[in-house]
Design a protein around this ligand. Sequence first.
Ligand SMILES: [Zn+2]
Length: 218
Amino acid sequence: MPPDAPRPAPPVKAPLKLALVVVIVFSTYFAIVRVAEEKANALAGGGTFALDARSPEELHAFAAVLDQLRRWGEPDLAGSLEQLQESGHLWVSPHLAGERSAIYVSALGLVSRVFVRRDELINPELPFPDLDVPETAQRTFATIRLAGTLYHEHQHLDGLEDEAETYDREIAWYERLRDARVDRLEGEERHWFEWAVGSAVKSAAAAREKVEEADLES
Ligand SMILES: [Zn+2]
């Protein structure tokens, strides 16, 4: 080699090459995860955020639902919903379309989340404003339905895909709640608690029926 010829670039050492490959693989992976997160966000109506300490108002409202479940003698469901939140899988959606108060979304097999509708958590409207039903009973129904829906979506997150089976489990939870509670209640209180659970069962049974009709049509 003549003395002033440009020196060839030194070969990249093997460990450095490996490190480069790792960096490229990871950045590609994170880019795809980012796409999956965006897709999940869009499917849930956009503007979604994790239900954690950065959203204290929503977290406080969620804690109130868990407290209510514990007062109803449902510590297992309260605990599993709390775990769902602590694991980072429970998100808030301000613009969730349709009538569901929560949905499960899985995007590209990389991002799995349960989204709860923000107004159902923070400021639930009276579900039956035109019915001659006391406001407390309507609020009880709304909390039972929200808890049942979160339970439903949690089943999906755990891998249960069969929609009819998921509704069956949701309905079974309502019935367990009723059976465990009603004997401790009397008079009006008992009557309206039975009404609230019965209405949640009816609403889930109607949704289950729609699934079966759709299955028959397809
Ligand atoms: Zn479902």
